[in-house]
Design a protein around this ligand. Structure first.
Ligand code: AMP
Length: 207
């Protein structure tokens, strides 16, 4: 049977992702600092990459499969299969603003500036609502943007809401409910169908 290469995301989705594959009989084998990590199942090997890189690895075929959040996936616009929704990584992509900030419009017809790590999804959301905004793309620490007057509002992921509260921000609207998903390369799903179907069945029972 052909070998499947699986891209796992670093960070908060890593442990539950590794745990899912462990339950499915493919536990990560400690391999020092190797790029490709073998598993207890010789037919499956892992690649651990930044969460934002999983869609491009899988879309390009550098990895056959991957785990990523739907926030990252939709933002990337990658053309991949999504055979399995997973039961972890739940969160929401929301618009948030400082407690006393004007929302959903600023006085005097001023165009709001919105800081976010999700420029595509944010732009699409406000455009669909017919509300023009200026998107300020940032790489991290989005919550501080309004405190520093970089932006009026932000678009960011929320889980418990603690981070927003700690920065004096309140949720105004939900853009997207997110969670982890298994993604697959379109061509390799066909070329390695037997291995793919076998793994899919094991993951469905493990989850
Ligand atoms: P919280 O304080 O629990 O609302 O968590 C918010 C922080 O955690 C933000 O910085 C988010 O970017 C991050 N976060 C929350 N949920 C997720 C997730 N499922 N995947 C990645 N990052 C997340």
């Amino acid at each position: 049977m052909s070998r499947l290469r699986v891209a796992l995301p670093k960070g908060r989705l890593f442990e539950p992702s590794a745990g899912l594959f462990r339950s499915a009989g493919a536990a990560i084998q400690d391999s020092g600092r190797k790029l490709l990590i073998p598993s207890t199942d010789p037919a499956i090997e892992f690649l651990v990459v930044k969460p934002g890189d999983v869609p491009v690895y899988v879309e390009s075929g550098a990895a056959d499969l991957g785990i990523t959040g739907t926030d990252v996936l939709r933002e990337s616009g990658a053309d991949v299969l999504e055979p399995l929704e997973l039961q972890f990584g739940f969160c929401r992509l929301v618009v948030a603003a400082p407690t006393h900030a004007h929302y959903p419009a600023l006085p005097g017809g001023v165009t709001a500036r919105v800081a976010t790590k999700y420029p595509r999804l944010s732009q699409a959301f406000f455009a669909a609502a017919g509300r023009p905004v200026d998107i300020i793309p940032v790489g991290g620490s989005v919550e501080v943007a309004p405190l520093l007057s970089l932006s009026h509002w932000i678009v960011d992921l929320v889980d418990t809401g603690n981070t927003l509260r700690a920065n004096g921000l309140v949720e105004r609207e939900t853009i997207l409910h997110c969670g982890a998903v298994l993604v697959a390369n379109r061509a390799s799903q066909k070329l390695k169908l037997d291995a793919y179907l076998d793994l899919m069945e094991r993951l469905e029972h493990a989850g």
